[in-house]
Unconditional design. Structure first.
Lengths: 806, 347
């Protein structure tokens, strides 16, 4: 919120520097996001008095002798049509900074530094300036809009800095207001805080006015929706004269970036910024039926707002109607049909409280945001509503722009505007803080905040002004006290009264970290991808229309389509991560991610969906193949002391002959394989890429599996190398399983060679295994092992027609 | 053997022969082989000497034995000496032939890196875990009730505007804050409660400095007599462990619906020690987390007696800490799995 210092000073005496003020505001909870001097770009511009002024023949220029005070009398060439002897104008000295303007002399194009110049052969030692060139507009300073030199008052002192003279020395604070303090969404609201934090007096804006005896007979207000409009005040003003607002008001509005329009409209805008209460003025002549009705809009009802846009409304929107039609979208924007025009001569002023969530939701749904809707969305209080109407009528009188009738209709179903009593225990307040703030400091602080505190023993009684709707309990009092007393008084302690508790990772968290570290040790780096992805991600991996992964939870209001689905698989983002790396020229790498997939029950969601922890691995590069990636999945098995089995399978995005599902204890827990070439081509990837996905959720049941130490064998192990010839259709896994199950003494089966060749036959291959026999109670004699091997060979022959290679 | 002279002559002859032979040898292996022949107990010139003891007259036996032992020792020493000499030379040559350039690049075992978020998360868990905090991980998809209403942010509350929420249905949304976990914990157990709750959170914000997904770590303590001073004390320890011994905290007023009073916590800039630099935008302070005393309405909503118990809560942005600590200049880097980023930050 923008707060000009000069305006703030209307309500509170400020005797500290702008930096100190910023510091004070910061310390009590109001961060100044930015502060700047109104004339921050302007420097070294002084009041210049033209002593001599001669036209340069055949040009539009004048050669002037300008008295610049201390800087002496300077020769200046000036092209403005209004330069004349005896005139006082802003004079930019050499080295001054002023605004460069476009050809229209009105648009500012940038900041320029004045140097010694030469025009038509005449030296010029500075520049006489227009209002625009020193950053002024007609609204900021009367006369500054003229397309020529800015004429300064006769009485101003030659050589004096121009800034204080035209108000460019003013400061603008941009203050962040937290959501709990809607009462500070105004300059007066900030003034209340400044008065409290500086300990200076607060001056309320004048609220007095005189009503005539004129009444608008028959005028009535009906509020059909008191739940969203707890207070509506309307006041009839007549004999209105629509004019420009006075300079002081226009300047203030301009300082905060509000374009002045006309006196009546400006009053409503002025009050919005001064008090934080949005107001509206209707041209009474266009209100039909001498009445106002506040109601919910009908479905499909239409209104054209002041910005000439037609909106289609529904029951969620609140409208202000006359006897016939909507004339304003409550709290958001007035209707075009009752706009204040130059011809307006009677108006109805509106000051109301509308429910903040109604305005917030309407404003969002209709895409219509105004200063008014922004204020209402944060919350407006009835105290200020009442005050604002008085202030508006006072300003009508002060600006002499209308007569105040005796007709004021106030429909009130809302909160009292009287202070409410709040009794709290001093002890309790201090117990929140952990320190004891002296009672007299507490009283001083709360007095400064207009809480009118009284202490009796441990009991603190406050009269909470109605605009402080946030004050409800001892905790709120504690906050008020400490933010004014200063957080630096809080002394670090270490929970001396708390019980000792046990902390740290639990089994699941610890195991997850163990898996991550094991994958790191195996050369994979951890990535994190968004929990949502694009529907295109599902297409990327060629999922059929009826694939279960297509049943994903949709975000109702996504940032864009690409971030609109809760992911049901981690693979697509992993493939894309490999693609991004390859695009950047990284042609080998290993990445893993541990994250959730989201599996809904019914859609739209009625119950919590399943969030299943999943690990995904991506490997790419010339050194990678199916088996190296399989090695990484084995790393996970090893970490958990479990065994995985693999079965060839086909899916839509993996190489049809280089993909396997992963099985643990008979349960399918994931898959791995090489990414199909079609996808590699589609994504312009440069090297073979592999992906594995394993459900950690399904592995959780093994997390507490203990390792048991197997005592070293008492007798020497015996190893036998066996080379088999078999059909190519028989897998290594099948052979290994037969070998392993053939004898209880076998502790290791290791493939060490695979051979295919013409001499074996085209449909055959050989595999060589080292089989380890570990004796238990007694040494195994060679003949015994030969017997085991014999049995094994028989079984292989019988089951798969496998023979020893001769 | 007739007499000692004859013996002496014979032994001298052997000595001479060994010396001459040894001079011809060129490697420790040939020395070894020659030694074997000389010391062979049947055929060796020295080795077989003892076999002749039987032929020696009794009165000479002692002397003979002594002389033979002498020559044995002499020969042994000589062979040792030669062997050592050759071995030394051979080693020298071997070393020389194996000369390398130590400045050539190393062969490092390739290892991977934990994500910066995981690193920071682990550090935070280490600190709070040692203070007795349990780790509670809530779900990413939450109900409106747990994310907002139970945290004193009813439907009409303006604070809802502070967070742009992704909705999944009337009732469900993507949690905007890990604070949602607070309520589950407080509903499930009575104080003492000390938890931290790390996790992903989501807000509809996607620009140069915002990511629609980021991570927070919520902390919550509820017990008897917990005050703002305890919050300050604990945060002081935390920031010193994370950012270094000299780091201090500054509390300043702020607003969160579920805490009262609420504070923003700044740490003294660990890069310039508070003097003012680019990192802290010249202020000497860096905003790192939000905190406050748990609002009694929140406690009461969870069935905890606010007359007996009080607590504090804090929320830390994990990426923010990671970016500050490691100097990562773009939050988007953390979600792109660019190995050039991931492989820079070691534990």
């Amino acid at each position: 919120m923008l707060v000009p210092l000069s305006w703030l000073k209307d309500y509170v005496d400020i005797d500290v520097t702008v930096d100190e003020l910023e510091e004070k505001l910061f310390s009590c909870g109001f961060e100044v996001e930015e502060k700047y001097e109104a004339g921050h770009d302007i420097s070294k511009v002084v009041v210049g008095l033209v002593k001599e002024c001669e036209a340069i023949p055949d040009t539009h220029l004048h050669l002037c002798k300008v008295d610049a005070g201390e800087a002496g009398v300077l020769q200046i060439c000036c092209g403005a049509d209004n330069v004349k002897e005896g005139g006082k104008y802003p004079l930019a000295l050499i080295g001054a900074t002023v605004y460069a303007t476009a050809k229209d002399h009105k648009t500012v194009e940038g900041v320029m530094t004045i140097g010694q110049g030469k025009l038509r052969g005449y030296d010029s030692y500075g520049m006489l300036c227009s209002g625009v060139e020193i950053g002024l507009t007609e609204d900021l300073y009367e006369g500054a809009g003229y397309n020529g030199l800015l004429e300064l008052p006769k009485e101003c002192k030659v050589g004096e800095d121009i800034k204080p003279l035209v108000g460019l020395d003013d400061w603008i604070f941009d203050i962040a207001i937290t959501a709990n303090r809607p009462d500070c969404q105004s300059i007066f609201g900030i003034a209340r805080e400044v008065a409290a934090v500086l300990g200076s007096e607060l001056h309320e804006p004048a609220l007095d006015y005189t009503e005539t005896e004129v009444k608008k007979e028959g005028f009535k207000v009906t509020v059909e929706a008191p739940d969203v409009c707890p207070r509506y005040i309307g006041h009839y003003v007549y004999d209105v004269k629509i004019e420009k607002s006075p300079a002081w008001m226009r300047r203030r509005l301009a300082l905060i970036g509000q374009t002045p329009i006309s006196n009546l409209v400006d009053i409503t805008n002025y009050i919005l910024h001064e008090l934080g209460q949005p107001m509206h003025a209707f041209d009474y002549a266009y209100l039909e039926g001498d009445q106002i009705n506040v109601r919910r809009a009908h479905s499909e009802e239409k209104i054209v707002t002041l910005d000439e846009k037609e909106l289609t409304l529904n029951e969620n929107n609140l409208v202000i109607c006359d006897g016939v039609k909507p004339v304003a979208l409550a709290g958001i924007m007035g209707g075009l049909n009752s706009e204040i025009l130059d011809s307006t001569n009677e108006v109805l002023f509106e000051a109301a409280k509308f429910a903040r969530d109604n305005i917030r939701k309407s404003s969002r749904a209709l895409g219509k945001v105004s200063d008014s809707s922004a204020r209402y969305s944060k919350g407006v209080d009835e105290y200020t509503t009442v005050m604002a109407m008085k202030r508006a009528l006072h300003l009508v009188e002060e600006l002499s722009c209308g007569k105040i009738s005796a007709t004021e209709v106030d429909v009130n179903t809302g909160n009292s505007i009287e202070p409410s009593l709040l009794k709290v225990s001093l002890d309790r307040v201090n117990s929140v803080l952990g320190i004891t703030v002296p009672a007299n400091d507490i009283v001083r602080i709360l007095k400064g905040l207009n809480f009118d505190p009284e202490v009796s023993g441990d009991e603190l009684t406050l009269k909470v002004p109605a605009y402080r709707e946030d004050m409800e309990s001892y905790q709120d009092v504690a906050e008020e006290v400490i933010r004014m007393y200063g957080y630096e008084h809080i002394i670090p302690a270490f929970m001396p009264t708390a019980k000792v508790t046990l902390g740290g990772f639990d089994l699941f968290q610890r195991t997850e970290l163990k898996i991550k570290r094991a994958l790191c040790a195996a050369g994979a780096s951890e990535g994190v991808h968004y929990s949502f992805f694009s529907p295109a991600s599902l297409d990327l991996i060629r999922l059929p229309i009826d694939a279960p992964q297509r049943k994903a939870i949709k975000i109702l209001n996504p940032i864009n389509e690409d971030l609109s689905l809760m992911r049901t698989t981690l693979a697509p983002q992993m493939i894309q991560a490999m693609q991004r790396n390859q695009k950047k020229g990284i042609l080998s790498g290993r990445i893993f991610e541990v994250g959730n997939i989201f599996i809904p029950g019914e859609l739209p969601l009625q119950n919590y969906p399943k969030e299943l922890e999943t690990v995904c691995i991506g490997c790419f590069g010339e050194d990678e193949d199916f088996y190296s990636v399989k090695g990484l999945t084995e790393v996970i098995a090893d970490t958990l002391n479990i065994k995985f089995e693999y079965e060839a399978f086909e899916n839509t995005f993996l190489h049809p002959y280089r993909a396997a599902k992963i099985i643990c204890e008979g349960e399918e827990i994931g898959y791995l394989g090489q990414v199909r070439y079609e996808i590699i081509d589609e994504l312009d990837m440069r090297v073979d890429s592999f992906v594995a996905q394993i459900s950690l959720d399904k592995l959780k049941k093994y997390y507490d599996k203990q390792q048991t130490f197997i005592p070293l064998p008492k007798f020497n192990e015996e190893k036998r190398d066996l080379c088999f010839v078999m059909s190519k259709k028989i897998t290594c896994g099948q052979v290994e399983k037969v070998i392993r199950n053939s004898c209880e003494y076998i502790t290791g089966v290791e493939l060490f060679d695979v051979y295919e060749g013409i001499q074996l036959g085209l449909d055959k291959r050989s595999m060589a295994f080292t089989v380890t026999y570990t004796p238990k109670e007694e040494e195994l004699k060679a003949e015994v092992i030969d017997g085991f091997v014999g049995d094994l060979l028989e079984e292989l022959k019988e089951k798969y027609n496998i023979v020893l290679r001769s | 053997m007739a007499d000692l002279n004859e013996l002496s002559e014979k032994l001298n002859g052997i000595r001479k022969e060994i010396k001459t032979e040894l001079e011809k040898l060129e490697s420790s292996k040939s020395v070894f082989e020659y030694k074997k022949t000389i010391f062979d107990s049947k055929t060796g010139k020295v080795g077989s000497l003892m076999r002749e003891m039987g032929k020696i007259p009794n009165d000479m036996k002692a002397e003979y034995g002594k002389r033979v032992n002498e020559i044995k020792t002499w020969a042994q020493d000589l062979f040792d000496e030669m062997d050592e000499k050759f071995k030394a030379e051979e080693m020298r040559l071997r070393y020389e032939s194996e000369q390398i350039d130590v400045t050539m690049p190393s062969i490092k075992p390739k290892h991977g890196y934990l994500h910066p978020n995981t690193l920071i998360r682990n550090q935070i868990v280490d600190i709070f875990g040692s203070m007795g905090f349990e780790i509670y991980e809530g779900s990413e998809i939450e109900t409106d009730y747990y994310n907002f209403t139970a945290l004193n942010t009813p439907d009409d509350h303006p604070a809802r505007d502070m967070q742009d929420t992704f909705y999944l249905s009337d009732k469900f949304l993507l949690r905007t804050q890990t604070s949602a976990g607070q309520i589950h914990v407080m509903e499930a157990k009575q104080p003492p409660i000390k938890i931290i709750s790390p996790g992903k959170v989501f807000r509809s914000d996607d620009d140069a400095t915002h990511s629609p997904m980021f991570s927070q770590m919520e902390g919550l303590v509820v017990d008897k007599g917990i005050t703002l001073c305890d919050l300050k004390g604990m945060l002081d320890v935390f920031v010193q462990k994370i950012f270094g011994e000299g780091t201090s905290t500054r509390l300043r007023p702020s607003y969160f619906p579920f805490t009262e009073p609420s504070v923003e916590v700044d740490v003294s800039c660990f890069q310039c020690q508070g003097k003012g630099c680019k990192l802290c935008k010249g202020t000497g302070w860096i905003e790192v987390l939000g905190a406050g005393v748990v609002n009694k309405k929140v406690l009461e909503g969870c069935g905890i007696d606010s007359d007996v118990y009080s607590g504090f809560a804090f929320g830390i942005g994990i990426e923010r800490i990671a970016m500050l600590k490691y100097g990562i200049n773009n939050i988007k880097h953390l979600f792109e799995s660019d190995l050039r980023v991931l492989e820079q930050i070691n534990e």
